[in-house]
Design a protein around this ligand. Structure first.
Ligand SMILES: C[S@@+](CC[C@H](N)C(=O)[O-])C[C@H]1O[C@@H](n2cnc3c(N)ncnc32)[C@H](O)[C@@H]1O
Length: 316
C-alpha cells in the first residue's frame, strides 16, 4: 500500500495558504533561522520555506505519523545539503521536550497545518474512515495507549455524550451515545463498520457518521488539548519579533488558536480584582480577522474553503 502512495505522491495533497505562510515569515539575514514545521506530511509548505533558508540555518520537521515523515524525507532528500534538517517523529505536543533533546531552546518561525492527511482517510490501513472495514483504532501515534475501541466500548454514557457534543456539536449526540451503550452490552463493537452500523440506526446521513468518527478521533488523539499546549510552548520558545502561523480547518481548532493568541495578548488572565495570575502579554496578533484563501485558491482546491490561518508575533 505504501509503495502506491509514493508513486501517487504528487496527486495526494495540495497545500493550503502556501503563499500566505511564506509571506508572513520574516527571515533573519544576520543570525541563524530556526524554523519548525509541526505538521510536515508531504512537505509542500516546507519545500517553499527550504528554498529561502540561508546556509547553516536549522529546519525542524515534526510529524506524528512515521510513514508520512518518511515520505516527506524521501521527497526532499538532498534538496539542500547546506542547512541542518532535524526529523522528529513525535506529536507536536512534545515540541519543547523534543527540541530541548536536540539542543534547541529558541525558534524563529513555527507553523502548523492542522489536518490529517489524505492518506489518513483514503488508505484503509490507517482506519480513520468509516468507509472501509477495519479495527477501531484512530491513533495517529501507534505507540499511544488509548484506541477508538476503548472509547467506544468502555467510556460511560455521559462521557460519550460529552465528547460528541463538545467535539462536534452534534445534535443527535445523546441518541447515538445511548445506541452505542446498548449495542455493546450485547457484543463488543470491534470494527469501523460495526460502529457505522450503530450510527446508521439513528441517522443515515454520511455527515453524521463523519462527525461522530471525528469526535472519537479528537478524543483518542487528545487533539485539542495537545494543540493548546503545543501553541503555548512554541510561543514561549519564539524569539522576540518572530512569528507563529497556524492554519486550521474546523471551528474547534480555530477557536483554540484564536483563544491562545488572544490570551497571550493580555497582561492578566485571571478575573481577580487584584491580579493573582501575574500573566504577562507576549504576543501581538498581526491581523484582526483570520487569513482566508483567495477566491482563486478556493476554486482550484475545494478543501481550502474551510481553511483559516492566524498569525502572531512575539513582542516580549
Ligand atoms: C495537512 S497535513 C500537512 C501538510 C503539509 N503542510 C504539506 O504542505 O504537505 C498534516 C500532517 O500533520 C500530521 N499531524 C497531525 N496532527 C499532528 C500532531 N498532533 N503532531 C504531529 N503531527 C501531526 C499528520 O500526520 C499529517 O501528516
Amino acid at each position: 500500500m505504501q509503495q502506491n502512495w509514493v508513486e501517487k505522491i504528487e496527486d495526494l495533497h495540495i497545500s493550503v495558504l502556501l503563499q500566505e505562510l511564506v509571506e508572513n515569515w520574516k527571515i533573519f539575514k544576520d543570525r541563524k533561522n530556526i524554523v519548525v514545521d509541526c505538521t510536515l506530511w508531504l512537505a509542500w509548505h516546507a519545500s517553499k520555506i527550504i528554498e529561502k533558508l540561508n546556509s547553516w540555518d536549522i529546519f525542524v520537521w515534526f510529524d506524528a505519523d512515521k510513514d508520512n515523515l518518511a515520505l516527506a524525507q524521501k521527497r526532499l532528500e538532498g534538496i539542500r545539503w547546506d542547512i541542518e534538517i532535524k526529523l522528529i517523529n513525535s506529536n507536536f505536543v512534545n515540541i519543547k521536550t523534543e527540541l530541548e533533546k536536540i539542543g534547541i531552546d529558541e525558534i524563529t518561525y513555527v507553523y502548523y497545518d492542522l489536518w490529517l492527511s489524505s492518506v489518513h482517510f483514503d488508505d484503509a490501513s490507517k482506519w480513520f474512515s468509516f468507509r472501509e472495514t477495519g479495527p477501531l483504532d484512530m491513533r495517529l501515534d501507534k505507540t499511544s495507549k488509548l484506541k477508538a475501541y476503548d472509547v467506544v466500548n468502555y467510556y460511560p454514557l455521559n462521557d460519550l455524550i460529552k465528547i460528541f457534543r463538545e467535539y462536534w456539536e452534534e445534535n443527535m449526540s445523546a441518541r447515538i451515545a445511548k445506541s452505542i451503550v446498548e449495542s455493546r452490552i450485547l457484543k463488543t463493537i470491534d470494527t469501523t463498520t460495526d460502529l457505522a452500523e450503530i450510527i446508521n440506526k439513528i441517522s443515515q446521513f454520511p455527515q453524521v457518521k463523519a462527525r461522530i468518527f471525528q469526535a472519537i478521533r479528537i478524543e483518542v488523539n487528545k487533539e485539542l488539548e495537545n494543540l493548546e499546549k503545543s501553541l503555548q510552548d512554541a510561543i514561549k520558545m519564539l524569539v522576540l519579533g518572530w512569528r507563529i502561523f497556524a492554519i486550521s480547518f474546523h471551528s474547534l481548532e480555530d477557536r483554540i488558536v484564536k483563544q491562545t493568541f488572544k490570551r497571550e495578548e493580555r497582561d492578566c488572565i485571571c478575573s481577580d480584582i487584584i491580579c493573582t495570575c501575574h500573566h504577562k502579554k507576549s504576543l501581538k496578533n498581526l491581523y484582526k480577522k483570520p487569513i482566508l484563501p483567495t477566491a482563486e485558491e478556493q476554486k482550484a482546491n475545494s478543501r481550502s474553503r474551510s481553511a483559516k490561518a492566524r498569525v502572531a508575533e512575539k513582542i516580549i
